[in-house]
Design a protein around this ligand. Structure first.
Ligand code: GLU
Length: 501
């Protein structure tokens, strides 16, 4: 058996979609597992909707995920590499034209002169008669004279492929035996439009045939196209590749995942601080499983174990909570220096957006890693967690500052006493977490306060928020002067709001 050749054939009409990334991943894994070749071909025939920016988004984000291809375009708008170049469909039109000519010459296809109005009327009549839409065969058996007449009337024909009655079946590597009665595929179908451009079904098969694809691994939404593709492979005299249709990706309510209802662009997950390791891990489990309980798998682990036998038939639920959990797990596994490097661009973005007043240095981040690494759900959440460290001032909402069981007066008393403890304890407190905590606990006890309430008031005063890393670590990171200044500012804010009340 020749080494497998598989491909992903994205259309650059939108950003890299989660579903396309999953299909790319499974093809990539299949090639790696079997010693095969993974090809990327751009199906760029939709001139109205293609853009270079989408091409860039697709190639760049596949690279980011670690999904590399053996043959295909090197970069957006750039060169191709591989023995079957070009890998952009628009540059292969000569092949498509030649294949259509060949089918016409062998009468496996014929010129079709039907106008859009005629086809529309057919469709309406079929609808009225409750028939499934199909081509009525108006041009299927025209005599050479009838054709010449139409050509003379300056009608440019489309090309239609003849579909004989019968059954088309294949052994799907995921779904098992699948059969379609050709009566249900809509009759003779168009392969070339009257303007000479090939339709998807035709271009994809001509390209898959000439690129010697052995396996077509793609989403289940293509399953109804496969009978047409098989008929075309046969007509072109090409061996029929094996097919594997991957389960649909569904929302938790089992509706189809769509741009409208869910976040589908890989770039958006990236911008939110998901790690490529986590996303690839998650995507691999969208329809495939190891057959064990193991969930945290690197791309190499997965590549060593991937098989189509463990791909499920039923829809794969996109569970965002699981993705977030996996992302947290992957963040915990990073080396501190690696984490720092990955966090910095997100803090840059926080700075650009005005959420923090300056970007910390790697040196400043280093001592924080032990307190944040365990707590980050995403890289982008670092700003939420410890952004108060790089804000000149924090905004304190008096309503949040007053702990639930306290009133404003107690909060003011608590903050003043805490300030006192922190600033002027007799033995100067080394500003270390371990040394700050006991005197603050003692203070709470002496005044009959719950330590949790006192700590919450101080936390909100110095950070502006209720959820932070442990309080004393946060105080140490801020440093004594800023802690005192912020407590003073919070006292001031609360006093003013009381005066105003
Ligand atoms: N361009 C098609 C798509 O993105 C390719 C389908 C196929 O794999 O045959 O859906």
């Amino acid at each position: 058996m020749p080494a497998p050749r598989v491909r992903i054939a994205p259309s650059p009409t939108g950003p890299l979609h989660i579903g396309t990334a999953r299909t790319a991943l499974f093809n990539y894994l299949y090639a790696r597992r079997t010693g095969g070749t993974f090809v990327l071909r751009l199906e760029d025939t939709d001139l109205a909707r293609n853009t270079i920016a989408f091409e860039e988004d697709i190639l760049e984000n596949l690279h980011w995920l670690g999904i590399g291809w053996d043959e295909g375009p090197d970069s957006a708008g750039g060169e191709d590499h591989g023995p079957y170049a070009p890998y952009r469909q628009m540059q292969r039109t000569a092949d498509h034209v030649a294949a259509a000519k060949d089918l016409l010459a062998r009468d496996l296809a014929y010129p079709c002169y039907c106008t859009p109005e005629e086809l529309d009327a057919d469709r309406k009549a079929q609808e009225a008669a409750h028939e499934a839409p199909h081509y009525v065969g108006r041009c299927a058996n025209l005599t050479p004279e009838e054709r010449s007449e139409r050509e003379a009337a300056a009608k440019r024909p489309a090309v239609r492929f003849r579909v004989e009655q019968g059954v088309v079946g294949w052994h799907d590597l995921v779904r098992g035996d699948v059969e379609f009665d050709t009566a249900n595929i809509g009759g003779d179908f168009l392969i070339v439009r009257s303007d000479g451009s090939p339709l998807y079904h035709f271009a994809v098969v001509v390209d898959d045939a000439s690129m010697e694809m052995t396996h077509i691994i793609r989403g289940e939404d293509h399953i109804s196209n496969t009978p047409k593709h098989i008929l075309l492979f046969e007509a072109l005299g090409h061996e029929i590749p094996k097919f594997a249709h991957l389960p649909l990706i569904l929302n938790p309510d089992r509706t189809k995942m769509s741009k409208r209802k869910s976040q589908t662009a890989v770039a958006d997950y990236r911008a939110q601080g998901f790690l490529p390791e986590a996303l690839v891990n998650f995507l691999s489990l969208l329809g495939w499983s190891t057959g064990t309980e193991e969930e945290i798998l690197s791309l190499d682990d997965i590549a060593g174990r991937f098989d189509l036998e463990h791909v499920q038939k039923g829809g794969a639920i996109f569970d965002k909570d699981r993705l977030e959990w996996l992302n947290g797990q992957w963040i915990r596994k990073l080396e501190p220096e690696d984490l720092i490097e990955r966090l910095l661009p997100f803090l840059e973005a926080d700075h650009q957006a005005g959420r923090i007043d300056r970007v910390p240095t790697a040196e400043e981040l280093r001592p924080l890693i032990p307190i944040i690494q365990e707590r980050l759900p995403t890289l982008a959440s670092a700003g939420d967690l410890v952004g108060f460290l790089w804000q000149d001032k924090v905004t304190v909402d008096p309503a949040v500052l007053v702990p639930k069981r306290w009133d404003a007066a107690t909060t003011l008393a608590g903050l003043r006493a805490a300030r006192e403890t922190i600033s002027s304890s007799t033995a100067p407190i080394d500003f270390e977490a371990d040394e700050l905590e006991p005197p603050m606990r003692a203070l709470a006890e002496a005044r009959g306060w719950k330590a949790g309430d006192l700590f919450m008031a101080v936390r909100v005063a110095v950070t502006g928020r209720t959820a932070t890393p442990p309080l004393f670590d946060s105080l140490v990171a801020l440093g004594r002067d800023r802690v005192l200044a912020r407590i003073d500012a919070a006292i001031d804010t609360l006093e003013r709001s009381e005066d105003a009340a």
